[in-house]
Design a protein around this ligand. Sequence first.
Ligand SMILES: *[C@@H]1O[C@H](CO)[C@@H](O)[C@H](O)[C@H]1NC(C)=O
Length: 268
Amino acid sequence: MLVRVVSCLFLFFFNIAQMAQEDKEKTTALKDLLSRIDLDELMKKDEPPLTFPKTLEEFEYAFNDRGQLRHTKTGEAFVFNYREDLHRWNQKRYEALGEIITQYVYERLEEECNLTREILPVDATEDEPKSFIYLSEDALTNPDKLLVLIQGSGVVRAGQWARRLIINEDMDSGSQLPFIKRAIEGGGAQRGSEARQRGALEQGAGGDAAMPLLNRDEERGKVRKTGRKETVREEEEEEEEEEKEEDTKECRGGEREVRKEKWSAEMS
Ligand SMILES: *[C@@H]1O[C@H](CO)[C@@H](O)[C@H](O)[C@H]1NC(C)=O
């Protein structure tokens, strides 16, 4: 009898121990499962494929004669929140459009401004990092003046001050085109710059060479600068966290754009 009781107790304890062990295993398995759930993946579950049009026409957008980006059917300005509750998808769509804008500006630089693309370094080998700049025909021969335009870093490419301004306002606000054209008319040689790899050219020369030219007329600038910043901030809220860095940069592009306007007023 005693033996039986002891064995019963033993079994009882054994069961408790086993349950505790199972619980622990379940918790571990659950933790493991949770750690493997990628929230990003989960969000992608109901997301349409990230395939976007490759041309402005397929996007059903075009620049009108005032340089504003408008829907070809509705005439509406660009809509960021194209699909409700699909932030990631909307952001990717915006980026896809941005890529097209970049190519569009390159074409304008070549066709409207007669600039030519030069690969740098000129003697780069196959596996060496390369970039390119745009040069006017007389950039290296005109002894008079040399104008170097350097865009910001991030997604902004040659010929652009701020992609956001090109998309939401117009080509003249966001691109360098009016400045390049005016510089050509003024007879000075000029050079648009593209530096895909962050290098001395992109980082240093921008502030030193361009800013003193653009940094005047403080009073008018302050008012305009404030207005522009607010616009940018509103749009920021619509976009994903990961784009914050880019926003800051484009914001800076906006400020530069303001300085540039001042400069343009002086030139005329
Ligand atoms: C580009 O070249 C064409 C043809 O030579 C000329 O008509 C046009 O004015 C030039 N554009 C600029 C901005 O210099």
